[in-house]
Write a protein that binds this ligand. Structure first.
Ligand SMILES: C[S@@+](CC[C@H](N)C(=O)[O-])C[C@H]1O[C@@H](n2cnc3c(N)ncnc32)[C@H](O)[C@@H]1O
Length: 216
């Protein structure tokens, strides 16, 4: 009998990848490119209280750390957080705090943020509209949300049978974000990931969506 259950990329999957994560030059470059796009789009300052959701090893937060105030680095993988902790200690960083957190399961943090950013994590979260509403509630009015993720693709990025979103249609994500209470939506392409397939190389663009929490 063939097993047709979709493969879930859960926390143990990322635990097993954590030690080698930073060895991948593509991951490092992606973090730098997304950080550049964020600093060009959002007026960062050192009093900004930020949340990096699905932080992995912190490849997006480390390049931004000197331009922000306190940064909470949240991830559901203990392995990723162990690597973050070691990097914080090795670099003597004082404004970054790692925390094990899955916002779809765990109670949200008590504090409110001026900025939430998330890189390549949204496609792992089953209910997009739900997580957008949680992000809205965690932001101060006027606070910024930055989502970097894959444009809609045919499932070949992770391979068919892997239980993730196949990227995002920008119009659909805009609509969900607006319904969740975000305004001033802006999209830009910030990176492209080349992957080898049987038929040749394929490029998967990565967008950055920036938005602000509307209202008071
Ligand atoms: C593709 S990795 C990206 C890591 C990092 N942001 C980067 O760009 O290098 C996705 C990360 O999201 C985390 N993740 C997946 N689902 C999550 C959830 N529901 N809550 C928190 N973190 C999650 C994984 O553990 C993993 O570290």
């Amino acid at each position: 009998m063939t097993n047709t259950e979709p493969t879930k990329l859960d926390a143990t999957h990322f635990d097993s990848k954590a030690r080698q994560w930073d060895d991948n030059p593509l991951f490092r470059e992606r973090g730098l490119k997304i950080a550049d796009a964020i600093r060009q789009t959002v007026p960062l300052h050192q009093r900004m209280n930020a949340l990096d959701y699905g932080c992995g090893t912190g490849l997006l937060s480390f390049p931004l750390k000197d331009e922000l105030g306190a940064i909470l680095l949240a991830d559901s993988s203990s392995g990723m957080l162990d690597v973050v902790r070691e990097k914080i200690a090795a670099q003597g960083v004082s404004n970054m705090t790692p925390v094990k957190l899955d916002l779809l399961i765990d109670p949200p943090p008590a504090q409110r943020f001026d900025l939430i950013y998330t890189s390549m994590t949204l496609h792992h979260v089953p209910d997009t509209s739900h997580i957008l509403r949680i992000f809205r509630d965690l932001l101060q009015p006027g606070g910024y949300l930055c989502i970097a993720d894959l444009d809609q693709e045919d499932g070949s990025f992770h391979g068919l049978g892997v239980d993730v979103h196949h990227g995002f249609d920008q119009a659909d994500l805009s609509r969900r974000a607006a319904q969740a209470g975000f305004a001033e939506l802006h999209f830009q392409t910030v990176f492209s990931i080349a992957k080898e397939h049987e038929g040749g190389t394929r490029d998967y663009p990565v967008f950055l969506m920036t938005a602000r929490r509307a209202g008071t």
